[in-house]
Design a binder for this molecule. Structure first.
Ligand code: MG
Length: 414
């Protein structure tokens, strides 16, 4: 079964604190980044289509650039990310994204970018219900007693001359609704392809509008199943929601800290005359350099392997084979940055790395500062979290005879 995820992030009007809501960071990560990652990491999702405001389509944030298109294509299985421009209304954004979805997709799952905390289990259950029923959405049963307000809003005569702002309206209760039949719609909402196609086509024909896609399917006469939603699957709309979101993110991060992971990496290259000696992205004056297909930077290669190892993502040769033209002569700092992006899509961030370079000569002490800065920049962390140390092999073995340079690295991911 081929499942396409559509992330609706096309809204440009509602801003929180002067910036686009979807770019606000929660616990150090943008809301949009979190929402997209949930689906990229989900094993049932084959592709992701993101509907963005035009300004972001033209200049996407860094985390979207790093996954679209090449970096993510390195993952197996390949999971493409497509970016489309949003429309005037939410349903227009979804329609644009739907047109960009693969023709092979059987089920489309739509999610609000503003809900960055849906669980993988909720996504799975919503997809499974849509396969059975045709359409399904996550929804929470109402916990408060629900009142329907009278449609007519009267200006309260008692308000005349009061301190309240002009135009203030009072509302009255028309009825109390039986709470057990009231559900509050969330996303994800999932649809069999034909169901969503019919719902969008009807809306297109009759100009109908809706605040979610399930409502369009209901109008088209389709069965829509309710799936138990999650209280933490909040939609971030107001600054109050940001407080709650930070608390949820902090809780998740505590959970994540309990899952800290470490990995080790090792690399060795022969030293030959006529090659540059590049270590940690820095060219070091030397009469010999490291032999290799790429720039043969043992520091970057060992750190890349340590990060991939901690994330259980294999090794540098699997992701960047030197038989592939794309990586021949590639900057190893660039490969390192790509490995960090791969780990990030597993929701793993680099905590720190520690490297030991084993090299008989030349001395590298004067270059350690520049190497640490370059490696830290490639990883996207502070230089205080990158340690690089030098050792000789005391004249012993091939390294001791100056025939090779090696590096050992360890990385902590969390
Ligand atoms: Mg190497």
């Amino acid at each position: 079964m081929f499942v396409t995820a559509i992330i609706a992030a096309g809204g440009r009007g509602r801003r929180l604190g002067g910036e686009l809501k979807q770019l606000r960071t929660i616990g150090g990560r943008a809301i949009l980044d979190r929402s997209i990652s949930m689906f990229l990491m989900h094993p049932a999702i084959a592709e992701v289509v993101v509907a963005l405001p035009q300004e972001l389509v033209e200049s996407p944030p860094e985390y979207l650039r790093s996954i679209a298109p090449e970096a993510f294509a390195l993952q197996t299985p390949v999971k493409p990310v497509r970016i489309v421009a949003g429309g005037g209304r939410r349903q227009d954004s979804v329609a644009n994204a739907f047109r960009a979805a693969a023709a092979a997709s059987d089920v489309i799952v739509i999610h609000d970018a503003a809900r960055p905390f849906a669980s993988a289990d909720l996504i799975s259950r919503t997809i499974a219900a849509a396969v059975e029923a045709g359409a399904a959405l996550a929804a929470l049963p109402a916990r408060d007693t629900v009142k329907r307000a009278a449609a007519e809003e009267a200006e309260d005569p008692a308000e005349t001359g009061s301190q309240r702002p002009r135009g203030h309206r009072t509302r009255t209760v028309a009825e109390t609704l039986p709470r057990d039949t009231i559900f509050l719609a969330q996303t994800p909402q999932a649809f069999r392809r034909d169901v969503l196609e019919a719902a969008l086509a009807l809306a297109e024909r009759d100009g109908g509008e809706a605040t979610d896609e399930a409502a369009l399917a209901e109008r088209a006469g389709k069965t829509v199943r309710l799936v138990d939603g999650e209280a933490t699957n909040i939609k971030i709309t107001t600054s109050d929601d940001l407080l709650l979101a930070e608390a949820i993110a902090a809780d998740r991060s505590r959970e994540a800290s309990a899952r800290q992971r470490i990995g080790t990496g090792y690399d060795l290259h022969r030293l030959v005359p006529g090659r540059p000696l590049i270590l940690g992205g820095v060219t070091i004056p030397s009469d010999r350099g490291a032999l290799g297909h790429s720039d043969a930077d043992v520091v970057c290669h060992a750190v890349t392997d340590a990060i991939l190892g901690a994330a259980c993502l294999g090794d540098i040769g699997r992701h960047f084979p030197d038989s592939d033209e794309r990586w021949s002569g590639a900057s190893s700092l660039d490969l390192l940055a790509r490995a960090v992006a791969l780990a990030r899509h597993r929701d793993l961030q680099v905590g720190n790395v520690d490297v030991t370079i084993v090299l008989e000569q030349p001395k590298i002490a004067d270059h350690v500062g520049a190497m640490r800065a370059a490696v830290a920049a490639a990883i996207g962390i502070g230089v205080e979290r990158v340690s690089i140390k030098g050792k000789t092999n005391e004249g012993v073995d091939a390294i001791g005879r100056g025939e090779a340079v090696a590096a050992h690295a360890i990385a902590l991911l969390k």
